[in-house]
Design a protein around this ligand. Structure first.
Ligand code: CS2
Length: 491
């Protein structure tokens, strides 16, 4: 079947992209062109250009670990389709606006040169939590990470922070043009965090290696925080075939998403930016409460359902939330533990928000897998679940549902490890070793709670948290999902 491209599309009566070949010029570099970027940021940017007639916000896309997306997009003029699934879904859409692709691993010099290019005003990032290479013990840059070390030693940079820092170094040397770095991952204070990580990278360079760089970054590079939201499952072979039937062309880079999308951006730019508000983004002075609401309600509920669903053999989040007891646990987490303890944005009704989030989880057409949401748990729990546990303890409330999420995650880790299967988690080796090498009388819960990389030691040592985690874990271990359901529903 013929591939999607400007030429092949023009011969069909199907949907056409907003922009023709060469109509858009690059103004953005995006690090991490996974399905989330294509379903979210790329759509906002294309819509903003269409709404304003400003065509200078094309995106140079950069892949991180694998160059698969380059091979998917490059042969099709960087066009791709977006299929919305669920109530209110828009018709199949062809998205334009990516002007070129670079494979980060194979072309690091080109990535640095692009970030240095004064025609680029904004760098956006979706590299997932683990892509920031944070040292879980210090919360700072992972200076022991071999790739961070190689980037610091002067190898062509392959980590996102290395690419940014080396790109900024080259930009400082070449033109001094200001730049705005816009992280779009689910991390609280992602702007300030990225600024801190880039500064740590620069400070770890040999003395005198980059004179004036740290000061220039402090004065001329902005790092606004953002809250991003759109559920975008991994594209399946069946999704690709459905697009092919609808379009009469093969789109290897197709993405699927729910109709809902949201972007709240801190209005703190160092230079020009796309008019993302023309595409529905909200520019605000204070993103933090939005991030908190999203992480502790949506992402936390998602993670809880993923691990409960995995324990019960549910393949998707929708199946998990349709399991009455699991929905009740999710409602309990949000209603009893998050809403009473989190500071929400002014004007956001927490209960309404929670209702809309649970309805989105239930979207049966989305096919968002429990395996995908359950991946990288060691990176996610500390942002989504553990702050709620700590906040509950601080007000004297037992974090029953947060503990259930942690116990179900631990069970998932222990099950994968016992089966000798690969756990999709950057700390898989550490987790497996902790379970394998634990003292004879220590339980799996003891072994995992003892990992400061995962659980803050003060929280781990608090029996009001450890007790319920052990209780849920033992129940799940002895009686499976049936035992959990019984206790969730009947106490
Ligand atoms: C999910 C998120 O995979 C996950 O961990 O919780 O990707 C979630 O779908 C998005 O944050 C929704 O905006």
């Amino acid at each position: 079947m013929e591939r999607l491209s400007y030429a092949s599309l023009a011969r069909t009566s199907g949907p056409q992209p907003r922009f023709g070949p060469g109509e858009v010029t690059p103004g953005i570099v995006h690090l991490g062109v996974g399905s989330f970027h294509r379903a979210h940021t790329a759509v906002f940017t294309e819509d903003a250009m269409a709404a304003t007639g400003e065509h200078a916000w094309g995106t140079v896309g950069v892949t991180q670990r694998s160059d698969a997306v380059v091979r998917q997009l490059a042969p099709q003029d960087c066009l791709f389709t977006l299929s919305e699934r669920g109530d209110g879904a828009a018709p199949l859409r062809v998205v334009s606006g990516i002007t070129g692709m670079l494979a980060g691993r194979a072309e690091p010099g080109a990535v640095v040169a692009r970030i240095a290019d004064p025609g680029i005003h904004v760098v956006t990032l979706t590299v997932t939590e683990k892509g920031y290479r944070i040292d879980p013990l210090t919360g700072g840059l992972g200076l022991d990470d071999p790739e961070v070390r190689a980037d610091l030693a002067g190898a062509p940079p392959v980590t996102a922070i290395g690419q940014l820092a080396r790109g900024l170094e080259a930009r400082h040397r070449a033109s001094d043009a200001p730049l705005t770095v816009v992280p779009c991952d689910n991390l609280p204070g992602n702007g300030a965090l990225t600024r801190r990580l880039v500064r740590a990278f620069v400070e770890a360079l040999p003395a005198g290696a980059a004179p004036g760089l740290a000061d220039w970054i402090a004065s001329s590079v902005a790092f606004p925080s953002t809250m991003v939201d759109r559920m975008a499952p991994a594209t399946t072979p069946a999704d690709l075939d459905a697009v092919e039937r609808a379009l009469g062309l093969r789109d290897e880079a197709a993405v699927v998403a729910e109709p809902f999308r949201q972007w709240v951006i801190e209005d703190a730019f160092a230079g020009p930016r796309p008019a993302w508000e023309a595409a529905g983004a909200v520019l605000t002075d204070d993103v933090e409460p939005w991030e908190t609401a999203k992480l502790r309600i949506l992402n936390a509920g998602h993670s809880l359902l993923a691990y409960l669903g995995l324990a019960a053999g549910h393949a998707t989040i929708a199946e998990a939330v349709h399991d009455e007891a699991f929905e009740a646990a999710c409602q309990g987490l949000i209603g009893e533990e998050v809403l009473p303890t989190a500071v929400l944005p002014d004007g956001l009704d927490g209960e309404d928000y929670a209702r809309s989030v649970v309805a989105r989880f239930a979207n049966p057409a989305l096919g968002h897998t429990t395996a995908k949401v359950g991946s990288d748990g060691s990176q996610k729990l500390g942002l989504r679940i553990l702050p709620t546990a700590a906040a509950c303890l601080a007000v004297g409330r037992e974090p029953r549902w947060a503990a259930l999420a942690v116990a179900a995650w631990m069970h998932h880790v222990a099950t994968a490890s016992a089966a000798g299967g690969a756990l999709a988690d950057p700390l898989a080796g550490t987790l497996a070793a902790a379970l394998r090498d634990r003292p004879a009388r220590a339980s799996a819960v003891d072994a995992l709670l003892a990992l400061p990389e995962v659980v803050d030691p003060a929280l781990a040592a608090d029996p009001r948290f450890g007790g319920p985690v052990r209780h849920w874990y033992e129940l799940l271990d002895a009686h499976g999902a049936t035992g959990l359901r019984r206790e969730i529903l009947h106490g």
